[in-house]
Ligand binder design. Structure first.
Ligand code: URA
Length: 192
C-alpha cells in the first residue's frame, strides 16, 4: 500500500488516478464527502451523472434517499459519516462497474479505510459487499447483520436506488427493513 501522510493527500492523489479506462470518460473523480473523523464509513457503488459533474458522491436522487434514511435514525450524513464509493469514476451510461474496474479501484478504498480507521462501515448494495468483502450472497440474505473483519463492524444494507424503486414504508418492505438495519447501526454508534 502506498504511503500517504493524511487523508487530504489520499484525496488529491486519487483525483489524479488513471488506473483504468473510466478515467478517459469521467468529468471528475468522485472521492468522498462528509467527515473524515466520523465513526461511520459508507460505501456506495459508483458515481452517477450528478456525482460526475460535481465531484461528490451521493448528490443525486439516491443521495437524497441515503440522507433521508440516515436522518430517520438521527444519524447526520455529513457530520457522523464519511461517504465514498467502491469505484470512484462514473461508468458510462451508469452501468454497473465491471470486476476489473472494481479491482483496479479497490486500493483507494483500502487506503481510505486504513487511514481513517472507522468503527462501523455501511455497505450499500451487493456491489459494495462483493467488491470489498468478497461476499457474493444476495443482499436480501445478508443485510441487517454485522460482519466483523479486522476489528471493523460491517453492516450491509439495501442500496438507496433500490429503495427509490420500492418506496413503500410498510412493515417488511425494503425501506422498513433498512430502517431496522440503521437502528442497529445507531445503537452501536451510541455505544462508541
Ligand atoms: N451515487 C453515488 O455516489 N453512489 C451510488 O452508489 C449511487 C449514487
Amino acid at each position: 500500500m502506498e504511503q500517504f501522510i493524511d487523508i487530504k493527500q489520499i484525496h488529491s492523489a486519487c483525483r489524479k488516478c488513471k488506473s483504468c479506462d473510466l478515467s478517459k470518460t469521467r468529468s471528475n473523480v468522485v472521492v468522498a464527502k462528509g467527515n473524515p473523523d466520523a465513526k461511520i464509513f459508507i460505501i456506495g457503488e459508483a458515481p452517477g451523472e450528478k456525482e460526475d459533474i460535481t465531484g461528490f458522491p451521493f448528490v443525486g436522487r439516491a443521495g437524497k434517499m441515503l440522507h433521508s434514511v440516515l436522518e430517520s435514525v438521527d444519524i447526520d450524513p455529513l457530520k457522523d459519516c464519511y461517504i465514498t464509493n467502491i469505484v470512484k469514476c462514473r461508468p458510462p451510461e451508469n452501468r454497473r462497474p465491471t470486476n476489473d474496474e472494481v479491482s483496479s479501484c479497490l486500493s483507494w478504498l483500502e487506503t481510505q479505510i486504513h487511514h481513517l480507521k472507522p468503527s462501523i462501515v455501511i455497505l450499500t448494495g451487493s456491489t459494495a459487499v462483493k467488491g470489498y468483502l468478497g461476499i457474493k450472497d444476495p443482499i436480501t440474505k445478508i443485510r441487517g447483520s454485522w460482519i466483523t473483519r479486522d476489528g471493523i463492524k460491517f453492516m450491509p444494507i439495501f442500496h438507496p436506488a433500490y429503495l427509490l424503486r420500492n418506496p413503500s414504508k410498510e412493515k417488511g418492505k425494503p425501506k422498513w427493513l433498512t430502517w431496522q438495519d440503521l437502528k442497529i447501526v445507531k445503537k452501536e454508534l451510541d455505544l462508541l
